[in-house]
Write a protein that binds this ligand. Structure first.
Ligand SMILES: Cc1cc2nc3c(=O)[nH]c(=O)nc-3n(C[C@H](O)[C@H](O)[C@H](O)COP(=O)(O)OP(=O)(O)OC[C@H]3O[C@@H](n4cnc5c(N)ncnc54)[C@H](O)[C@@H]3O)c2cc1C
Length: 330
């Protein structure tokens, strides 16, 4: 039988008491009326962790990961990219639709995309109003400067958003995993007999994706989903992935390309243009600027948060129909 974890011993203790658990040496946990606090004791000589065998650690991780892979192989929505737009989308969907199974695929080990700093190497994050409503909803504090607000550190926004998204039971983040293709199904229209709808994603460990040129036979994995939301950022080694793939598979003639920096027009355009660009594929954040040729927005993040809100709204408009089509088309 697995040894009890130190935390479960602590949490099973009666409330309102000061605890001094024996095998934790001098580590004390005080439980007050509102919050639990830990006091570091002086008795480090007798301190020891609860016992464990290495295989228990391996099994605790792999059992859960493979169960998730099995479960999310059929998802309702896949979000590609866990930057500020993808995470904002996930937050809105997680809040409104706990019944939907949502997988987030993030190529980096660290989710958050470009939103850990405000711009260049500076800490503060600027959001133009009315994006302050998103911060209010999240509970992220800011200073009000009139037409815009300033969060003291971009990482405060991103870590809060991330922690909320990860706490939804219906959302699973697969990081260090890249989307390297889109699953398609024929969906001919009167004007385009070769049109397709997007029906999921093809994934691989990011490190494997980066080695397709020097290693062969590294087949990918797949996730079926009637709706994919892509927020992979602007063009770069991984960025603008889905829309570039749409061009190469001739579902979009060409990309507009991101234009010069103009915050005043860029942010409005990015939010307004966030939409389903091909049946089954909603595009938001800086990736949409590559589709339509919107301006760069530079270091201001309101558009990313509200593009996420719009992407979630667009998703809720079409999800029922896409699920039906997926079921009928297999
Ligand atoms: C180096 C750098 C350059 C920037 N340049 C600009 C600029 O030119 N213009 C501008 O307006 N702002 C720029 N910014 C500011 C700002 O960071 C971004 O505009 C903002 O982060 C975009 O948010 P997003 O959610 O759309 O994309 P990002 O924050 O870029 O997030 C996209 C996420 O998708 C992931 N991803 C990408 N491809 C895949 C894939 N195939 N599979 C899985 N995951 C994938 C990435 O790893 C990333 O985490 C830049 C930031 C940085 C750090």
């Amino acid at each position: 039988m697995a040894p009890p974890a130190a935390t479960s011993e602590l949490s099973s203790a009666p409330t309102g008491t000061n605890l001094d658990v024996k095998n934790l040496g001098g580590l004390k946990m005080t439980e007050g009326s509102h919050a639990k606090t830990i006091e570091l004791g002086k008795d480090w000589e007798s301190f020891t962790f609860a016992p464990i065998r290495e295989s228990q650690v391996s099994r605790a991780m792999t059992r859960r990961y493979f169960a998730d892979l099995d479960d999310y192989a059929e998802s309702d929505i896949v979000i590609v990219g866990a930057g500020s737009c993808g995470l904002s989308t996930a937050y809105m969907l997680g809040k409104q639709r706990p019944d939907l199974k949502i997988a987030i695929i993030e190529a980096g080990v660290a989710p958050g995309g470009g939103a850990w700093l405000g711009g260049q190497l500076f800490s503060a994050m600027v959001m133009r109003k009315p994006a302050d409503v998103f911060l209010n909803d999240l509970g992220v504090p800011y200073e009000d400067e009139g037409d815009f607000v300033v969060v003291k550190h971009a990482a405060l926004f991103t870590s809060t958003l991330l922690s909320k998204v990860l706490s939804f039971p219906n959302i699973k983040l697969f990081n260090a995993t890249a989307v390297e293709d889109l699953i398609t199904r024929p969906a001919p229209t009167p004007t385009d007999p070769h049109a397709v709808r997007i029906a999921g994603v093809v994934t691989n460990w990011t490190l494997v994706s980066m080695h397709h040129d020097d290693q062969s036979c590294m087949d990918p994995n797949t996730i079926n989903a009637p709706l994919v939301i892509s927020a992979t950022g602007h063009d770069g080694p991984f960025g603008a992935f889905s829309v570039k793939r749409l061009v190469s598979m001739q579902q979009m003639e060409r990309l507009g390309g991101m234009r010069g920096l103009d915050m005043r027009t860029a942010e409005d355009a990015i939010v307004k243009q966030t939409r389903e660009v091909v049946k089954g594929l909603i595009v938001g954040g800086m990736e949409i600027s590559e589709v339509d040729g919107a301006n760069r927005m530079g270091p201001t993040f309101g558009a990313m948060a509200l593009s996420g809100v719009k992407a979630a709204e667009e998703a809720l408009k079409v999800i029922g129909e896409r699920m039906r089509e997926d079921k009928e088309g297999c």
